[in-house]
Design a protein around this ligand. Structure first.
Ligand SMILES: *Cc1c(COP(=O)(O)O)cnc(C)c1O
Length: 413
């Protein structure tokens, strides 16, 4: 008889976005005439930039010709892309990362979810609350999280609340609390807030002092406007010894459908066996990838390479400017209405406090019913997200303006 991996059964039922989609579907069925605008799900709306489209066409032509056809590529990615990544994302910022420390993948979700496979079952993870659900759910599947309490927290997980009182900056774990791995995501999804260099440095110090690892998700680094905010954890001293960084072209260049990202595993990051021997993670991750992953498509990698050309850089900068203009409009309009809004200055997300006495889902319903605008209930990202909703700046200008107009006329604060 085939027994199931019961760790999978521990996962709570409905995935946040399915629940939202269900509610929207019901609303549309009851109001077929309604024009619903989504400021909810974190997908982009602007098309691929010309430099990327040209690269895709050229790569397709190469694959169409026997003389230039390519089949399986290197599991860790083509040299041309890893070179472009190292030069532009790291060396240009004075960061020392080499090409054999970069693993190209099919997007950051895969690796942020899979990387925990390298760790023992007894490892204790810490996550911020609220959180991008992939980190925690992957560890549930890995059998590392204990049981889910009625408070929405797993018994073996250390939670770092990010709330208005601490400015959405997580505090270090208590001294008596053992933490082996810390997941950090900055600029943050869902709160849209960032960590300063000093705040990030505190975490790196903590990790080095406690022999812990930091898994740093920088999927939104391209949205940083403030020059003092680090784009990479490796801008902080000591991070090369304790941190793995995840990057994605999804939000940087509209690759949510193309699929490409990368993970940086410095040769200096180690974890120990039960006997205390030091194991270097880089070759272990390479072993894992060459067994379970056969590389990202040549097309995607040529497309990603094009982002680093002078035209590509300028074009994606324009798209990001487009989204950040939405963010500014949203911040201004909601702020003028008296809403308390965080994020949206260095990230495409706004974290909006619901009106007094209104829950996340209550406000979601009110926005849908009264303004026909879809937002994401903050509590879906963790208990500390209760009392907030997340709005995204990924909409089209016209739709975003229309949504704001409706919120201004239909919603009471
Ligand atoms: C969108 C997103 C990613 C990127 O996922 P891809 O698989 O690269 O599309 C990673 N982390 C966070 C927090 C995200 O919001």
């Amino acid at each position: 008889m085939a027994h199931i991996n019961e760790d999978f059964l521990k996962l709570p039922g409905a995935y946040l976005f399915s629940e939202i989609a269900q509610k929207v579907k019901t609303f549309k069925a009851e109001h077929p005439e309604a024009d619903v605008i989504s400021l909810g799900i974190g997908d982009v709306t602007q098309p691929l930039v010309p430099a990327v489209v040209d690269a895709l066409h050229r790569a397709a032509d190469e694959l169409a010709d026997g003389a230039t056809f390519r089949g399986y590529g290197p599991e860790r990615g083509y040299d041309f892309l890893r070179r472009a990544i190292v030069e532009n994302d790291f060396q240009a910022r004075g960061i020392n990362i080499s090409e054999d420390e970069v693993f190209v993948n099919d997007g950051a979700k895969s690796d942020t979810g899979n990387f925990q496979e390298l760790l023992g079952k007894d490892v204790r993870i810490a996550v911020t609350d609220p959180i991008y659900p992939v980190y925690i759910d992957a560890n549930v599947m890995g059998g590392r999280t204990g049981v889910l309490g009625s408070n929405g927290h797993w018994s073996h997980v250390v939670y770092l609340p990010c709330v208005a009182e601490n400015g959405f900056v997580p505090e270090l774990p208590h001294a008596r609390e053992r933490v082996d791995v810390i997941y950090l995501c900055y600029p943050n999804n869902p709160t849209g807030t960032t960590l300063s260099r000093k705040e990030l440095q505190r975490w790196v110090h903590y990790a080095l002092e406690h022999d812990a690892l930091i898994f740093y998700d920088a999927a939104y680094e391209a949205y940083i406007q403030n020059e003092d905010i680090p784009h990479s954890i490796y801008e902080v001293e000591g991070a090369r010894r304790c941190s793995v960084e995840f990057r994605s072209f999804s939000k940087t260049a509209g690759f949510t459908g193309v699929r490409c990202g990368y993970t940086v595993v410095p040769r200096t990051v180690t974890a120990t066996t039960k006997m205390g021997d030091r194991i270097t993670l880089n070759p272990l991750w390479n072993r894992r990838q060459s067994t379970k992953f056969n590389g990202t498509s040549y097309l995607s990698q040529r497309a990603a390479e094009a982002i680093y050309t002078p035209e590509g850089k300028e074009q994606i900068r324009q798209t990001i400017r487009y989204y950040m203009e939405n963010a500014r409009l949203m911040r201004d309009a909601l702020g003028d209405m008296g809403f308390h809004v965080d994020g949206g200055t260095d990230a495409p997300y706004l974290w909006v406090r619901t009106p007094e006495g209104c829950t996340s889902w209550g406000f979601f319903d009110e926005m849908l019913q009264r303004a026909q605008v879809v937002c994401t209930p903050g509590v879906g990202f963790g208990p500390a997200g209760e009392g907030f909703v997340r709005l995204t700046a990924f909409g089209r200008h016209e739709a975003t303006r229309e949504a704001l107009k409706r919120i201004q006329t239909q919603i009471q604060i």
